[in-house]
Unconditional design. Structure first.
Length: 443
């Protein structure tokens, strides 16, 4: 029987590694996403930035191939390989012509389980990462995004730390610290490999097992077959006293960046689709309430949007916009008005809009082999299961006015506020006055 798109075959490769393989006969390429269940959230404060630095180091050469040879082997036939670090996961991904799938799996396994981590490479790559981080620290947009996630937690502050750490912290990391983190935590974490390919799942499993057998006696090869150990982390709790953690960051910029933060469901919460729908209605595009009010009606900002971020134990809904230093209070008052209007509930027309948006975007997401391959491993490690397209669409069709309104009522709660720009700490009092002024319009 043919597998439908979005329905991978789940194959246990070892006690640590799960393969999630979808056969797509119409494709001519393979999209491979090799996920490791360890991210920046799993670091101690002294090791902040170690996972991101390790991600870089896995590309610096193995006992079999130099860094230049690894790049050449992927790129000589038009392939691509890269990686990224998140707060709860790290991903190594490749896109290759189908006939090069075996080579790609061999090289990814080799990079993970046989990287050299030489002192010379560590010193150079640490310097490279420090320059990368300095670039972020000079950017108001990047500093704002970091501050948004760092602001609201009264417990579990590791969730809010910068993924790459700060340049000053990474400078203090030693090669021994990094290697200990890689061997004791990173490579002992569970792994999941999502792949969409014209090859049959059984053939992919055979190729992957052969790749792992090849690295078994290499530097970290034994760890591919040991039982996985999920890394520990501090559980996060949204503060019960938001005014105590709302804050201002003074930054020399021509705009004031404003963030309004609310507690939200985790990725595992059964009502997560309702929160996603609310986020889209509030600030998910040019038809959303915040965009229409702040930009189209009042001309206060170029862009106003929401972001709904989910983690295994919590979530965060953030409203974000940037505006003229003389107009940020007016913009914040207008955003408060929108939130408090939504807090009274939504109607059938808004439900149909949210449902239509999510149905379409979900179908479009499943259209991409990269989107599906990336999703499989992420869902498996964070949720312990895979949601098919049919299941996802069913959840969206079952959204109700009552379900979405239940979360909308939470917009009347006191949020956390985060401001960045040419401001001082005392400007937070102005922010609260603006927020209360917007709230009073709907009392």
């Amino acid at each position: 029987m043919k597998q439908a798109a979005g329905q991978p075959r789940i194959l246990k490769i070892s006690d640590k590694i799960t393969l999630l393989a979808e056969s797509a006969p119409h494709c001519v390429s393979s999209a491979i996403y090799w996920w490791v269940g360890c991210g920046s959230r799993h670091e101690s404060p002294a090791l902040n930035g170690a996972t991101h630095l390790a991600e870089h180091m896995f590309f610096k050469g193995t006992s079999q191939h130099s860094a230049e040879e690894l790049s050449f082997l992927f790129e000589r036939f038009g392939g691509d390989v890269n990686a990224f670090t998140e707060r709860e996961l790290t991903c190594f991904h490749a896109w290759v012509p189908a006939e090069k799938t075996e080579l790609a799996l061999n090289l990814l396994a080799e990079m993970l389980f046989d990287s050299l981590f030489t002192k010379e490479d560590f010193t150079k790559e640490r310097a490279v990462v420090v320059e990368e981080l300095k670039g972020y620290e000079d950017s108001p947009d990047e500093v704002f995004q970091d501050g948004l996630l760092d602001t609201p937690w009264s417990e579990g502050r590791s969730l809010g730390r910068r993924i790459g750490g700060f340049a000053r912290d990474v400078k203090r990391l030693s090669g021994e610290d990094l290697l200990r983190h890689v061997e004791d935590r990173f490579l002992r974490s569970p792994m999941a490999i999502g792949i969409v390919t014209p090859l049959e799942p059984g053939e992919v499993a055979r190729l992957l097992r052969a790749a792992l057998a090849r690295v078994a006696k290499m530097r970290f090869g034994r760890l591919a077959f040991e039982r996985a150990r999920r890394p520990s982390f501090e559980k996060a709790r949204f503060t019960a006293r938001p005014r105590a953690v709302s804050r201002v960051t003074s930054f020399d910029t021509d705009q004031v960046h404003v963030g309004v933060l609310f507690s939200a469901p985790s990725i595992r919460h059964r009502d997560e689709p309702s929160m996603t729908a609310l986020s889209n209605l509030l600030g998910g595009g040019s038809s959303s309430a915040l965009f229409r009010t702040l930009r189209e009606d009042k001309g206060l900002t170029y862009s106003a949007h929401t972001t709904y971020q989910t983690f295994v134990d919590t979530g965060l809904l953030s409203i974000q916009f940037a505006t003229n230093p003389r107009k940020w209070e007016e913009a914040l008052e207008a955003a408060s008005e929108v939130c408090h209007r939504f807090a009274r509930g939504i109607g059938e027309s808004e439900l149909e809009m949210a449902r239509g948006q999510l149905l379409g975007s979900t179908q479009l997401g499943f259209e991409s082999i990269h989107g599906r391959a990336e999703m499989y491993g992420r869902q498996w490690l964070l949720m312990g299961r895979i949601y098919s397209l049919k299941e996802s669409l069913k959840e969206i069709r079952e959204l109700t006015v009552k379900g979405i309104s239940r979360f909308a009522h939470g917009l009347a709660a006191t949020p956390c506020l985060y401001l960045l720009g040419p401001l001082r700490a005392r400007d937070m009092n102005k922010a609260w006055k603006a927020w209360e002024a917007g709230a009073s319009a709907h009392r």
